[in-house]
Ligand binder design. Structure first.
Ligand SMILES: Cc1ncc(COP(=O)(O)O)c(C=O)c1O
Length: 441
């Protein structure tokens, strides 16, 4: 059966995420059949370079033989067992491994791992932990969370509460937690340097904490780059200041590394760019190498110890998901982290980012492009709008040339698998440049 028939069946039965279904068939979506390395193959046998790592998850490439083998070996032993009242070897080993990799900069030692299912659920866990931590510390209730105005932390209601992308979040405002938003350090006035913008954003954060610091339990940030806002990169000084201020006001710093973690920014964790360790760190997406849904929250000793007490103390963290720490997911993540270390993937990712930056440099002086933003391999090319859905049109033009991309508004995102080879990187950048030239005259 070809793509047309599958799309007809899809339209009859499926409701896709983040999709306006009245437009769905206009874009002739790809019907993916199989994948290998950086390539996706559709049911008609066409191949596409996966320029967004299947929504920012693929680490080495698709069907990495060692991750395939690790999942198969785990499957032969244990498919699933609950993590409530029981434990298992891959869950223990992965927690140990994750803690070994954790950022060690200014801030506490990250000492415990709490598993969840995907990025959003990890964010929910971190928010609930932070609030309960504040309750257990005693004193005035601290129900407020500080977040950045253009933030994206996922689609469950807690995560939406600390988000600020109007298109995605405005409808749900009446349902949400209490928050205070501060301006993004990544949105600069014309001519303003990143450092100048960071200074302004820090002043705003300081003012919020001065006024309401004793009602706030956590500051939530995507470290170094607000990805879904359009790859808004920002100066490391903002993150350092958020760390300092959080400590001074006895507020937890939550670094949401769901998108940035496991090498994407050219360091294992983006927090490392600022030499910062948060109190709670969330990870998901690339954790399993892009294979299976698994997320985790890394928590400091201090947070963890606040939850200790008798059964009647009310200090238990009453949160968990049925598939928490699924052994197949843990086995994939363990193999992924082993390969990250063995193959020096973080260094490779930094080099890949530099190469991509060089290849895209012709766009710096192209008036069809507003700005190219990049940290490590996470790249956003904001194009000049020439009507509705310009970013989508550029992605369609790229797809006709064999590169699969996805826009965020008029920002075309490049987020290649971290093991991408030189020829494919040249293809990725070259096709994007051609696609922009085709769509924007
Ligand atoms: C920074 C950040 N946090 C959380 C999420 C939500 O993750 P998930 O889609 O796995 O729920 C995302 C997803 O893009 C993200 O970029």
């Amino acid at each position: 059966m070809g793509a047309a028939e599958w799309l007809a069946r899809d339209a009859a039965a499926v409701w896709h995420p983040f999709t306006q279904h009245s437009l769905w068939r206009d874009d002739a979506p790809t019907v993916v059949d199989r994948a290998e390395g950086p390539w996706l193959f559709d049911v008609d046998g066409r191949r596409y370079l996966d320029g967004v790592s299947s929504l920012w998850v693929t680490t080495f490439g698709h069907r990495e033989p060692e991750i395939d083998a690790a999942i198969t070996a785990q499957l032969a032993k244990l498919d699933h067992a609950t993590f409530l009242g029981a434990t298992h070897v891959p869950g223990i080993e992965l927690a140990e491994r994750l803690l070994e990799t954790a950022p060690t900069g200014d801030g506490p030692r990250l000492a415990k791992v709490f598993y969840a299912g995907d990025g959003s659920s990890a964010v929910e866990v971190a928010l609930k932990m932070a609030y309960q931590h504040s309750v257990q510390a005693g004193g005035r209730p601290r129900p407020l969370f500080v977040h950045l105005r253009e933030a994206y932390h996922g689609d469950t209601l807690g995560a939406v509460s600390v988000g600020g992308i109007e298109l995605f979040h405005a409808t749900y405002r009446p349902l949400l937690l209490q928050t205070v938003a501060v301006g993004s350090p990544g949105i600069r006035k014309p001519g303003q340097t990143p450092a100048e913008r960071a200074t302004e954003a820090i002043a705003e954060l300081e003012e919020v904490l001065r006024r309401q610091g004793d009602e706030i339990c956590a500051i939530v940030v995507e470290p170094m780059v607000q990805a879904a806002a359009g790859m808004l990169t920002y100066d490391a000084e903002f993150l350092r200041a958020a760390r300092r201020l959080a400590t001074a006001y006895k507020i937890l710093l939550i670094c949401d590394e769901v998108a940035t973690g496991v090498g994407r920014t050219g360091t294992m964790w983006a927090s490392e760019h600022a030499g910062v360790a948060p109190d709670l760190l969330t990870t998901a997406k690339g954790l399993t190498g892009g294979y299976l849904p698994l997320s985790a929250v890394l928590a400091s000793d201090e947070v963890y110890e606040g939850f200790l007490g008798t059964a009647a103390s009310g200090r238990t963290f009453f949160h968990g998901h049925t598939y928490t720490a699924n052994p197949l997911c843990c086995a994939a993540a363990l193999a992924n982290l082993r390969l990250v270390a063995e193959r020096g993937l973080v260094g490779q990712a930094a080099a890949l980012g530099e190469r991509l930056g060089r290849l895209l440099s012709p766009l710096d002086h192209d008036d069809r492009v507003v700005e190219v933003r990049r940290i490590g391999t996470m790249t956003g090319v904001e194009v000049r709008s020439v009507g509705e859905r310009t970013g989508a049109a550029v992605c369609q033009a790229a797809r006709r040339r064999g590169v699969w991309l996805r826009p965020l508004g008029d920002t075309v995102v490049l987020m290649p698998p971290l093991g991408l080879g030189e020829a494919e990187t040249e293809m990725l950048a070259g096709v994007l440049i051609e696609a922009i030239a085709e769509v924007i005259q």
